[in-house]
Write a protein that binds this ligand. Structure first.
Ligand SMILES: Cc1ncc(C[n+]2csc(CCOP(=O)(O)OP(=O)(O)O)c2C)c(N)n1
Ligand code: SF4
Ligand SMILES: [Mg+2]
Length: 317
């Protein structure tokens, strides 16, 4: 594995290279065991798809030997957003729909961490819709896993932005009339530089997508179908071979840098394809800000804090 490093501009203007979370382990320190990573017992309904996403996140931490202090788990509000409670590491269960701006701040100020954000379809695309678009276009280095169950689970069955037409819920007694959004198309058009799709019923695939997302230098987005057995049972059966459905991977000849080809994949009727639809390399906001910080630090090199402040005040006179 290559060793990506993050650059932290220090007060003296020098750039410090810090191994990113993806580099993880040195020889002296052992990786965490599942027992050390698991916190509270998850409070999801038995059979909820979110259990497998959590189990695979533990596996990722174990496999990639991430340390507690090198990983941050952030979420908004929803059943899926309870995620950080169950992980023994730093993190935050933040405001509904606001996980991404909070996580962006962490990512920009602590480039040595890998920031993971988990949440639901409502959190991501209703109340958090704006933040999703802006975080994607800024290409902030973090991984966002949306556990899409096509419903508001926590608040007991309201129509979500991904609910299909005709879905009967407490907010659409006669069936949903609003056209659902397509998370994959939205992510690509918003400017996400890594866009993938997976499903909780295929654990190996979920882990594969999480690893690839973590290794991506930029905003990585994964739509993970995660069944709400309480309020939308059977929603994803058509994508589950164990329920008579089909799990079709992205064709090997698909060019992940071809935006139009990615839209075409995203346009397939359900169950569609699973895998990486889109992946391009573009400078991150993290890198651009580090550059600005460095050039400013160079300008004030050798000055004391009060001298820098005075200089700024003098300029404003
Ligand atoms: C500002 C605000 N508005 C509304 C709510 C109520 N609320 C909590 S979770 C939620 C939707 C959850 O749906 P989703 O994000 O899909 O997560 P799921 O529970 O399905 O995993 C809503 C509307 C809230 N907590 N805060
Ligand atoms: S209500 Fe649905 S999404 Fe929430 S824990 Fe239960 S099964 Fe999971
Ligand atoms: Mg939901």
């Amino acid at each position: 594995m290559s060793s990506p490093v993050s650059q932290i501009p220090a007060r003296d203007g020098n750039i410090t290279s810090v191994p990113s979370a993806a580099v993880a382990l040195t020889e002296e320190r052992k990786g965490l065991t599942k027992k050390e990573i698991a916190a509270d017992h998850p409070t999801w309904c038995p059979g909820c798809g979110d259990f497998s996403v959590l189990a695979l996140y533990f596996k990722l931490i174990e496999k990639r030997k991430l340390w507690h202090e090198k990983i941050t788990t952030v979420a908004g509000i929803g059943c899926s957003s309870r995620f950080p409670y169950f992980v023994q590491a730093h993190g935050a269960h933040y405001i509904h729909g606001r996980a991404l701006p909070f996580a962006s701040g962490i990512s920009l100020s602590r480039p040595d961490l890998h920031v993971f954000v988990f949440g639901g379809d409502g959190d991501a695309f209703s109340i958090g819709g704006n933040h999703f678009n802006h975080t994607a276009r800024k290409n902030i280095k973090l991984t966002y896993v949306v556990m899409d169950n096509w419903v508001y689970g926590l608040t007991k069955k309201q129509t979500s932005p991904t609910s299909p037409l005709g879905f009967k819920s407490k907010t659409d007694l006669w069936g949903a009339v609003d056209y659902p959004i397509n998370p994959m198309k939205q992510a690509i058009s918003a400017g996400a530089t890594f866009v993938a799709r997976t499903t909780h019923t295929n654990p190996n695939h979920v882990l594969q997508m999480m690893e690839a997302a973590m290794d991506h230098d930029g905003f990585s987005f994964i739509e993970c179908l995660s069944e709400c057995v309480e309020f939308y049972e059977g929603a994803f059966d058509a994508s589950n071979p164990r329920k008579g459905g089909q799990f079709t991977q992205v064709p090997t000849e698909h060019d992940v840098t071809d935006e139009m080809a990615a839209y075409k994949l995203a346009d397939q009727p359900f169950p569609g394809n699973f895998g990486i639809f889109y992946k391009v390399n573009k400078a991150t906001k993290n890198a651009k800000e580090a550059e600005i910080n460095k050039s400013y630090m160079d300008k004030v090199k050798g000055l004391k804090d009060w001298e820098i402040l005075k200089k700024n005040f003098d300029r404003m006179k």
